[in-house]
Design a binder for this molecule. Structure first.
Ligand code: AKG
Length: 278
């Protein structure tokens, strides 16, 4: 815990100075990387809390070589905010939720769910994909905050983006796996969308929207690439008729009880920020 709990409260609530250029960049490319979102103390505090919680929740003890491509990509734990007060403070951080709302240019955001994505030392690639294939959500006003808990050099497999690729419809029907990697690699190579592969500084966070294609390289180091993610959606997001089994699964799991055609407002989809709270 940082020496002064007030510092932590401030780190989670103080507005980030998002410029009109940041918003325009996000609107065009549907991803953005923002530096200095959290300072070293806050990151150290989060890192400890999330590390401990992942260690408690993880049940995967199989060897990397025994897993398929998806399984080699990362250990994946969900909705840590429901298990851990420190993680809940992060997920309910107004600083982050306000960035999400302003990037999407919406009046408010609510939580879809959170995930820890820990790519083990020696872990494999995360294949090209677009997240929204999995989500029964009516619009693309969705954004994931990808929060590395350490500086993430290229050797650790930082998140990579195909800038502006939300405009491609082909490939949206692909689940994460060998096929999505192969098909999208070929498809994206013949487009003008820039493939952005950059390390992340400590405290840097990226935000990407539901239909933008992204991937990550393998972790060729011996250290865990520790990442927390928070998925935000428009406060007024409507549940659509699911289009595949994954979307049925997500409906039952991440917005239980929500009704098709209505705003998603289950107890596990709290509103995290409204512009009127300013
Ligand atoms: O962390 C990774 O390797 C992939 C993350 C990702 O695909 C996402 O957060 O949408």
């Amino acid at each position: 815990m940082p020496e002064n709990p007030y510092d932590l409260q401030q780190a989670f609530s103080e507005p980030y100075a998002l410029s009109a250029d940041h918003i325009a960049f996000y609107q065009k490319n549907r991803f953005i990387k923002l530096k200095h979102v959290f300072d070293a103390n806050t990151l150290a505090y989060l890192s400890r809390a999330i590390n401990d919680r992942v260690a408690q929740m993880n049940t995967n003890s199989s060897k990397l070589e025994e897993r398929d491509t998806y399984g080699k990509a990362f250990l994946q734990l969900f909705n840590l905010w429901r298990e851990d007060e420190a993680v809940k403070e992060l997920v309910f951080s107004k600083r982050l939720a306000r960035i999400a709302a302003e990037l999407m240019q919406v009046d408010g955001v609510r939580l879809y769910h959170d995930q820890a994505l820990f790519k083990e030392g020696g872990g494999g690639i995360t294949p090209w994909h677009a997240d929204q294939y999995y989500w029964p959500l009516e619009t693309d006003r969705t954004v994931t905050a990808w929060i590395p808990l350490q500086a993430t050099p290229l050797e650790m497999g930082p998140l990579e983006f195909s800038a502006g690729s939300h405009r491609i419809v082909e490939g949206r029907e692909l689940a994460i796996g060998d096929e999505s990697e192969k098909v999208m690699q070929q498809r994206l190579r013949v487009t003008d969308f820039e493939h952005v592969i950059e390390p992340f500084d400590a405290g840097e966070i990226s935000f990407h929207s539901g239909w933008v294609f992204h991937r990550a390289g393998a972790n060729t180091t011996q250290d865990m690439r520790r990442v927390m993610t928070i998925i935000y959606m428009d406060r007024d997001m409507i549940l659509k008729h699911p289009e595949n089994d994954n979307q049925v699964h997500d409906w039952n799991t991440w917005c239980p009880g929500a009704q098709i055609g209505e705003i998603i407002n289950s107890p596990i989809n709290p509103v995290l920020y409204e512009a009127s709270w300013k």
